[in-house]
Design a protein around this ligand. Sequence first.
Ligand SMILES: Cc1ncc(COP(=O)(O)O)c(C=O)c1O
Length: 275
Amino acid sequence: MTQVPMTFPADLVRDAAARVGTPLYLFDAAALRRRVAALTEALPDVTFFYSLKANPNLSVVRTLVAAGTGTEVSSRLELETALAAGARPGQILMVGPGKPLEDLRRAVDLGIKAIVVEALEELDEIAALAVAAGRVQPVALRINPDFQVQGARLAMSGRATQFGIDQCDLPAAIERAEALPGLRLVGLHVYMGTRILSVDTLESNTRQVLELARAMAGQLRAPLEFVDVGGGFGVPYYDDETALDLAVVGQALRPLIEAFRGAHPQTRVAIELGR
Ligand SMILES: Cc1ncc(COP(=O)(O)O)c(C=O)c1O
């Protein structure tokens, strides 16, 4: 059976089905552009990254890149897709535990914006690749913080997980990232959880991650280029769930971000969003 999205006129769907056959997926590029515009209006001082794991369809990624978002990739295929979609290496973050050495090599050769390191050993691997290539690779540290936010449908912090470096190991990670040749420590990344539909939860998430960035800044030789506060902005899946109002999200997060930027003008705030 063909499922017809309500936003498309029936004749458009019929025409598409006649041309390419069924089953098919139709995506509304104008809706994607409107979403990027609404995010940018709500949070003008934030750099957005589209998380390809949500949907790596080339046309979807191309639309979002053309609308001005960066990309966050967590596999080799996603990396190549981001490039094919027009993302410049300087707009790509590579995230994810257990990255294959070949993927790290490709990222170093491209000189992507940052490889987000999820384990201390990864720093050594990237440093060796960068030195061999005669390059300096920007890296960010993904921290699994001690705190947890309430209200994420899937939490990824506050306990031991495969994601990120435990907060207690942060000083050691900074020391290692700054000491190794071929690396430049440019970012902090925290991803607390996904499917968050509460503005209060997003606010508390952002507040706590920026607090961590403030504390980290005191230990650094050079200021960070970015702190990625994750995101996890939810979309309603069920009848009893309500969509986030991005204008209200903006009102809640802007003061936190402005205060942080006032104290750390060289560090931009990034948010990575999939859904
Ligand atoms: C590290 C990371 N970034 C981004 C996302 C995308 O999250 P969302 O679809 O909630 O925006 C996920 C989802 O699991 C993730 O693990």
